[in-house]
Design a protein around this ligand. Structure first.
Ligand code: XMP
Length: 494
């Protein structure tokens, strides 16, 4: 005879069956959608941040630094700059995103007139810009110096002797709007338009490339000042509070408390502390969790969005090492149900292998998906392309993989792990692997394919919005034979 306690445990065991993306398909629904262009992929990243597409790039050191965050934000999603570096480096990555294709740069890079050509070249190289404003100590505009001006000058020539002087510059007042700026660029055939106040002090800069880019990326995620949006990850150690302050100071639009076990006292404590410091002014994402209780506790502590996923990632071994996790589709469903009543969006993090999984994750209740592997092989991920066996590849690694952990210990000597006596012991703690992934070209192409597939899924489900799609969604469970049937089969692929 089973005791009541064990009956209860067994009943609970049998009740909850964990399913993931390949276990299900969505039923096609009657649809009035004629063209896939009719659907809107607008969604929420956090309580207050809206996005035009539900794609978020993972906070991993082989996925998201400024180049990736810029690419994802231009397409309408958002990138999370990883935290596995010094505060200074992470802040500088955030600043690079904030300065990329914004309408007016508020604090343009400047140089003094007595600087040399080689100093100017070094400053331009360091900040990745093609020109500098030349100012005196009071930031009064004296001229502009560009790459072209210094190209054939000796290294020790002075900036003041090769710049375009103030008398020949076209400038505008700080309140100039984008249409007027466009006219000025057209009329004067210039590339840089400094903004100066009535005493000729520099207060901003508009560049022609930024204006062009603005029309090239109509869906881009922008803040209230027109700058690209970016999120940045933090941990839960002491230094995380300083990190959070520095990142917000640099203009990060959201903080992401990024730890493997998000349903922990440390995360709740950090979240509460940040809420005390910033009030409601800052969007704070927390995770990862995979249960209702996890969502409820993080939402109660003030999370603006909750990241869901314990072990589904392509380079994760948590489930093998720790025996812990929830298959991702079930995790998203349970968590989304709990989050809905609290008005907190869910980010489905890990295990997304293509657009079909994006559709399923959103239909299951997520508002966005976080992707690592799918973006790790692109031009914009950190790291070089390597050629192996004649194929172009990039390296992708779990942040709890052996080499990622060892690298951090050497670089920063701080993380969310217990300090260990001997580096070799890390191998016992690894919960991720290092891997090669195929080189896949530009991040924009990968993202556009995901969004095209999402639009297709929405039209099969008759949903003009993600919300509508979710309401119409009905999953069916499928057999292994059906999984095989879903992929190309019985043909020799060319
Ligand atoms: P994908 O499937 O897109 O997943 O590659 C990316 C997500 O994987 C998580 N991640 C890890 N999980 N060990 C883990 O168990 C790790 O070393 C690790 N590194 C990353 C993370 O949530 C990421 O967004």
């Amino acid at each position: 005879m089973l005791g009541a306690f064990w009956r209860d445990i067994l009943a609970r065991l049998l009740d909850v069956e964990g399913l993931t993306f390949d276990d299900v398909l969505l039923l096609p629904k009657r649809s009035g959608i004629v063209s896939r262009r009719e659907v809107s992929t607008k969604t929420r990243f956090t309580r207050r941040i809206e996005l035009n597409i539900p794609i978020v790039s993972a906070a991993m050191d082989t996925v998201t630094e400024s180049a990736m965050a810029i690419a994802v934000a231009r397409e309408g999603g958002i990138g999370v700059i990883h935290r596995f570096t010094t505060i200074e480096n992470q802040v500088s990555e955030v600043i690079k995103v904030k300065r990329a294709d914004n309408i007016a740069i508020e604090d343009p890079y400047t140089i003094g007139p007595e600087a040399t050509v080689s100093q100017a070249a070094e400053t331009m190289r360091r900040y990745g810009v093609s020109g500098l404003l030349v100012v005196d100590r009071g930031r009064h505009l004296l001229g502009v110096v560009t790459h072209r001006d210094i190209l054939f000058q000796p290294d020790d020539a002075l900036v003041r002797d090769c710049m375009t002087p103030r008398s020949e510059l076209v400038v505008a007042e700080p309140s100039v709007d984008i249409e007027r700026a466009r006219e000025i660029f057209r009329e004067h055939k210039i590339e840089k338009l400094p903004l100066v106040d009535s005493s000729n002090r520099v207060v901003g800069l508009i560049t022609s490339t930024d204006i062009v880019k603005r029309s090239m990326y109509p869906l881009a995620s922008r803040d209230s000042k027109g700058r690209l949006m970016v999120a940045a990850a933090i941990g839960v150690k002491e230094e995380s509070i300083d990190r959070a302050e520095a990142l917000i100071g640099a203009g990060a639009d959201a903080l992401v408390i990024d730890v493997a076990h998000g349903h922990s006292e440390m995360v709740i404590k950090t979240l509460r502390k940040l809420r005390q410091m910033f009030g409601d002014d800052v969007e704070i994402v927390a995770g990862n969790v995979a249960t209702r209780e996890g969502v409820e506790d993080l939402a109660a502590a003030g999370a603006s969005a909750i990241k869901v996923g314990v072990g589904p990632g392509s380079v994760c071994t948590t489930r093998i090492v720790a025996g812990v996790g929830v298959p991702q589709l079930t995790a998203v469903m349970m968590c989304a149900e709990a989050a809905e009543s609290m008005g907190v969006p869910i980010i489905a993090d890990g295990g997304i292998r293509g657009s079909g999984d994006v559709v399923k994750a959103l239909a299951a209740g997520a508002s966005t998906v976080m992707v690592g592997r799918l973006l790790a092989g692109t031009d914009e991920s950190p790291g070089a392309v390597v050629v192996r066996n004649g194929k172009k590849q990039k390296i992708y690694r779990g942040m709890a993989s052996l080499y990622a952990m060892l690298g951090r210990e050497v670089r920063m000597n701080s993380d969310d792990m217990e300090p260990l006596l001997d580096a070799s012991e890390y191998s016992y703690y690894a919960e991720g692997v290092e891997a090669y992934v195929p080189y896949t070209g530009s991040a924009a192409d990968v993202i556009r394919q995901l969004v095209a597939g999402l639009r297709s899924g929405m039209s099969y489900l008759g949903g003009r919005t993600i919300e509508e799609m979710r309401k119409n969604a009905e999953f069916i469970r499928i057999s292994q034979a059906a999984v095989r049937e879903s992929y190309p089969h019985d043909v020799e692929r060319v």
